[in-house]
Design a protein around this ligand. Structure first.
Ligand code: GDP
Length: 205
């Protein structure tokens, strides 16, 4: 994470995926969970992932890699971050939800270089029904995932350990869930190093 990151491509359907090469980790979460803020904070680049996505915006998988790799002639980046489209817009029409599910499920099932999905959960809300549906999808696709709590600065500090244990209990029986929960606040810079370390371990650094 020591060098600048750049956006390389938005993927509206699977035929636009970059060729498999570097190991990748992806970020998923309900719209407004703080996903763009977290990705920006992780890589120390304010404008990398767009914040405050408008509902109904084109649903794409956005690829980010460290700067300086052409992707050609074996000059592959060490890893890639994939920002998955947000889910759970209250007004999303059914065909949009279906398109999301298809893109994401096809990607999850077919991507051998995808090492883990970080599923972001707003600390104020905990795991909601549409989060459960996404966890079901991940379990079905047998893709390793890990829960990241966001915006912990918005709840009482004493509530964080309790939220972690409640969330741990909720995912205990899920086959593809990594048991350790990471609590973060992009605003306060909390949990970011822990998240960077787990990502680095996941992709083998
Ligand atoms: P996304 O839709 O998941 O990409 O969410 P954004 O990153 O755009 O964040 C949604 C809203 O939550 C914005 O108003 C952010 O400023 C706010 N937000 C994001 N992260 C945090 C955080 O750690 N703490 C607080 N207090 N607000 C946050």
């Amino acid at each position: 994470f020591g060098r600048p990151w750049i956006f390389i491509r938005g993927v509206p359907s699977l035929k636009f995926l970059p060729p498999e090469g570097p190991l990748e980790v992806a970020f998923a979460g309900r719209s407004n969970v703080g996903k763009s803020s977290l990705i920006n904070a992780l890589v120390g680049h304010r404008g990398l992932a767009r914040t405050s996505n408008t509902p109904g915006r084109t649903q794409e998988l956005n690829y980010f890699v460290p700067e300086g790799y052409s992707g050609e002639g074996g000059d592959l980046p060490p890893m890639a971050l994939v920002d998955m489209p947000g889910y759970g817009y209250a007004q999303a029409p059914k065909d949009q939800v279906d398109a999301w599910t298809k893109l994401v499920f096809d990607y999850l099932r077919g991507r051998a270089t995808l090492k883990r999905v970080y599923v972001l959960i707003d600390s104020r809300h905990g795991i909601k029904k549409n989060d459960e549906e996404v966890l079901d999808l991940l379990d079905k696709a047998a893709v390793s995932y890990q829960i990241v709590l966001t915006k912990t600065d918005k709840i009482k500090e004493a509530g964080v350990p309790r939220l972690i244990s409640e969330t741990t209990e909720k995912i205990r029986k899920r086959p593809a869930a990594y048991p350790e929960i990471i609590a973060t606040s992009s605003e306060k810079g909390k949990g970011l190093d822990e998240l960077r370390h787990t990502i680095a371990r996941t992709v083998g650094y």
